[in-house]
Structure formats: structure tokens, C-alpha cells
Design a protein around this ligand. Structure first.
Ligand SMILES: [Zn+2]
Length: 187
């Protein structure tokens, strides 16, 4: 069982650990890097760093990146930044890890215009089944963490469902068990 997204540097070897682009890449492990929407105002500094380290073999995914209506730069800047991450992910054939807050139409629009071949994993998804269905119908993957809706967990196909600790102090085993219980099946 893999932890699809965590900020815990001490996470196990099966975790994808998110690294800020302006910090040192640890020598061992699997990582993701990108400009977090909350730091989108610093994109001029951070984006070149992402481009530089993204091709490192230990970077297994691009992100987290995305759009957050409540924090960070204006929506246009964030949308453009997401598009850049998406194109980088395509070029490197690495999945994209997405943070999205109240910007689902914008996310779906970028997805439709990029038409990605790599998985787009919407992380920390807390939404209702109807929204999950929209994302799944578009072809996206969904990652569930400590807080999720059981009725949403129940409708995600196994091949497109991920679990994550993100900033939770719960072990990934516990989160996976809760997701499994909600699905009445084993992950
Ligand atoms: Zn995160």
C-alpha cells in the first residue's frame, strides 16, 4: 500500500514525499515537487527550480500544484501555473498531484485543454459523490486522506483510488483501513 502524498520526510519507502522546490532533495526516497498554490505568488522564483529538479529519477510525480480560490495568487495566475505543471508532467511522463479548493470548473477546463496522458491525482479530496463522479468521468484519479466522505469513497473505482497521509499524524495503514471500511472491501 502506497502513501500517494505526504509532507512527512520520515514516511516509509512506499510514500511519495512532497518536497518544496527550494529545499534540498533528500538522497533516498520517492518524491514529488511543484509550486503549491499557496506559494503561487513566488512562482517566478520557484518555477525554474521545479523545472530543474523535475527530471531527477527520484521525482516520481509533479506537484502538488493546482488552484486554491481562498489562498495564493489570483485565479488567472494560478490557472496558468497549473497548466505549466501539467505540460511538464506530460513531457516527463510523470503523474500530476493536484490541490484544488473551490476551483473545480477551472481545474476541469485545464484538464480538457491539456488532454493529459498521465494520471491527474486530486489529492485530499473531501467532496461529495457528484463532484467525484465529474472528476472520474473526466479521467482523473482521486486520493483520500484523513477526512473524506464515506459515500464518495464507495464510488471510486479501485484503479483510480489512492490513499494519503498528507499532513495527518495518522499512519497510512489506519487511513487505508478507514477507506476500506467505507468501501466494505479491502484495498
Ligand atoms: Zn499536501
Amino acid at each position: 500500500m502506497t502513501d500517494a502524498h505526504t509532507h512527512n520526510l520520515a514516511a516509509g519507502p512506499d510514500a511519495v514525499i512532497n518536497i518544496e522546490p527550494d529545499t534540498q532533495l533528500p538522497s533516498e526516497g520517492s518524491f514529488s515537487t511543484g509550486v503549491h498554490p499557496w506559494r503561487s505568488a513566488e512562482a517566478a522564483t520557484l518555477w525554474p527550480l521545479v523545472e530543474t529538479i523535475a527530471s531527477d529519477p527520484s521525482i516520481v510525480a509533479i506537484g502538488e500544484c493546482g488552484i486554491d480560490r481562498l489562498r495564493g495568487a489570483d485565479m488567472e495566475t494560478q490557472t496558468e501555473l497549473l497548466r505549466r505543471h501539467a505540460i511538464l508532467a506530460e513531457n516527463l511522463a510523470k503523474p500530476l498531484i493536484i490541490h484544488c479548493v473551490r476551483a473545480w470548473a477551472e481545474l476541469l477546463a485545464v484538464h480538457a485543454s491539456v488532454r493529459p496522458s498521465v494520471p491527474w491525482i486530486v489529492h485530499g479530496f473531501r467532496g461529495a459523490p457528484a463532484l467525484a463522479r465529474q472528476l472520474l468521468d473526466a479521467g482523473m484519479h482521486i486520493s483520500l486522506g484523513e477526512h473524506f466522505r464515506p459515500d464518495t469513497a464507495a464510488i471510486i473505482p479501485p484503479g483510480r483510488l489512492h490513499v494519503e497521509t498528507d499532513t495527518s499524524s495518522l499512519p497510512i495503514r489506519e487511513i487505508a483501513a478507514r477507506v476500506s471500511a467505507a468501501r466494505h472491501t479491502k484495498l
